[in-house]
Ligand binder design. Sequence first.
Ligand code: UD1
Ligand code: CA
Length: 458
Amino acid sequence: MSAPTRLAIILAAGLGTRMKSERPKVMHEIGGLSLVGHVLKAVSAASVERIAVVVGPDMPALVSEVGRRAPQASCHEQTERLGTAHAALAARPAATPVPDQVFVLFGDTPLVRPGTIERIGARLSAGADLVVLGFQAANPFGYGRLLEEGGELVAIREEKDASEVERQVAFCNSGIMGFSGARFLEILDAIGNDNANSEFYLTDAVEVARGLGLSVASETADEAEVQGINTRAQLARVEADFQARMRQQAMDDGVTLVAPETVFFSHDTVLAADVVVEPNVVFGPGVSVARDAVVRAFSHLEQARVGEGATLGPYARLRPGAEIGTGAHIGNFVEVKNATVGEGAKVNHLTYVGDARIGARSNIGAGTITCNYDGFLKHLTDIGEDVFVGSNSTLVAPITIGDGAYLAAGGTVTQNVPADALVIGRARQAVKEGRASLLKSRFRRAKEEKAKRDKEKG
Ligand code: UD1
Ligand code: CA
């Protein structure tokens, strides 16, 4: 039998009023990726070939996020927000030609795993017409409750419509459902809006399907995977669960996390086996770290690549475009932006390297600054191999320093330096013997006179 054709409809038109935000709710982020981005990633990984996202009116940022994360997805506008079933029907055009399976997911439920979607798909393939994904909630307040009779799912009751007894039920609706493609529109079109909110609830699909004599089943997931986000507090809790998942994954992949709970990941962080990460490290989006590299405490990285065996930090900052070569050293209070640091090069202390190239084995002394910005444009600092840049050097870009050059400490270097040149870019030192005590007594007298004047003034 060939693989079933699948359509996923992701509901993301809600305003997210409870977030009290100007942004659409699903544009808030977990691990540096929008909520909707997480759902798009999960469905793409679950071999769902057609994706439809239901957006609200006037949500251009959301539409472009969908285009960025899943270019094959279509966006459908739900002009009035009349409930989750109404929202799913906004994607009606995507349901033709009729796929074998239709999944409905919520944009505000980001941590669902591809394997869970596959499990729902397997139940559909095995003959179910509707599969609801439920979970045992620690605090079920606000969720729809899955009501069962004799082990069979008979209805989903929303908080507002539930009786006291029904509210005691902890088995909750994740919002994720799978439909047999052939039955999807038939079920959805039969849903009405006779409830406390006068909305078309997707949850009514259960009673409708049973009324049509169809087969309804439930699957179960962990709360950590399917909890929804309606508030900022829930956003923070899901972030915490996501971080726990990423830390566990990194350790499973052979990464040493000295204090896992203090390391923060992005959705796309890639750490190779035998990388060591010390406490309090933050990985922003777009970071990869190769084997045997050590990221020491309090370092912050984003859109950066770290080569094999390199060491960073403590207190290193890698900004977008930082590429650290094999075995290179980036030390404390060093910031690297849009720059490549060659194999075995060392930038050990208190330095800014921006818009630069540093060749292999070069050593950049403490306090060196690449002056990359003239207030209007950014310029390149191109440092060759085996260069020695003395401490407290000011390199005014655009500038090229040839291979093997030696820059004495404290220089302001404004002109290109040929290979193997020695550069002393500072004022000559003047030494005046015996003059220190004279100078000090002059200053001491000045201080005494000032104190006298202040006293006279009262
Ligand atoms: C919903 C479920 C509830 C479930 C919970 C799980 C319904 C009626 N309720 O409640 O059973 O336990 O999720 O988290 O389905 N949306 C639209 N258009 C609309 C309304 C909603 O696109 O007209 C989208 C929202 O953007 C959101 C999702 O649908 O992504 C769910 O809507 P929300 O209002 O958050 O539903 P809950 O009250 O959380
Ligand atoms: Ca919700």
